[in-house]
Write a protein that binds this ligand. Structure first.
Ligand SMILES: N[C@@H](CCC(=O)N[C@@H](CS)C(=O)NCC(=O)O)C(=O)O
Length: 225
């Protein structure tokens, strides 16, 4: 039975699930979300405990959380992309950096985006005329902190080869975070990593799938990438 991925082409976490599917040329059906209804109403059987996307349906198995989707694909639908390093110690490091990108880059990027909506819990209500400036400033400061940490980590460590779990987390989070808080010039390794990720065909496919939706980026999408 064909895999089904429920998501939206502009959603950063949907990219995280799409990248391994594209990298391994895994057959799947993309089930897009209709924009004007709450996600909780649209997911299969309200499949995600938080009403979030992406959700992967693999036969009778429903997989939630993008990291777990990548792990599920690595186990049940392996291909040429080494999603999880075979060496257990290297896998631990990959999972740690996955957490760093999700929690401190993706999380603070989403925090700034959410500060532009009337309600954080119901983005479908639309944009606020008075975005929460304190939240925006705090999210941007945390992004700078995460960039500095990653730059320092990259100066001493090597990432697993692409396409790995780290690729899947780093590509969407750095893509969108840089639109909010540009990676500074004193983080050349991180700048190079973002550019390298965008060169990967599995990632550039996501960028192109999402391009028609850029007008919905609440801060206004920059004229690049
Ligand atoms: N922890 C979740 C986060 C997923 C997430 O934040 N998805 C966003 C889209 S990128 C979403 O569903 N937003 C809509 C909402 O929260 O209603 C994961 O790793 O999959």
């Amino acid at each position: 039975m064909t895999l089904q991925l429920h998501g939206h082409p502009f959603s950063s976490y949907t990219w995280k699930a799409l990248i391994p599917l594209y990298a391994n040329v895994t057959p799947f059906e993309f089930k897009g979300m209709a924009g004007d209804r709450p996600l909780s109403e649209q997911l299969p059987g309200k499949a995600h405990p938080g009403g979030h996307i992406p959700v992967l349906v693999d036969g009778d198995t429903v997989v939630v959380e993008a990291t777990s989707i990548v792990e599920h694909l690595a186990v049940h639908h392996p291909g040429p992309a080494p999603l999880i390093p075979a060496d257990p110690a290297e896998a631990v490091v990959a999972r740690m950096i996955d957490r760093v990108f999700d929690n401190y880059v993706m999380g603070n990027m989403q925090r700034v985006v959410a500060a532009h909506f009337i309600s954080r819990d119901k983005p479908e209500l639309g944009l606020s005329e008075t975005p929460n400036q304190a939240e925006i400033a705090a999210g941007r400061a945390r992004l700078r902190q995460a960039y500095a940490w990653l730059e320092q980590w990259l100066s001493k460590n090597t990432l697993p080869p692409h396409v790995s779990l780290v690729t899947c987390a780093a590509a969407p989070s750095l893509f969108y975070a840089d639109w909010i808080e540009r990676i500074p010039s004193d983080c050349p390794r991180l700048t190079r990593l973002r550019a390298e990720l965008l060169e990967l065909s599995a990632v550039s496919r996501c960028v192109e799938d999402a391009r028609p939706y850029r007008e919905f980026f609440p801060l206004g999408a920059p004229d690049r990438d």
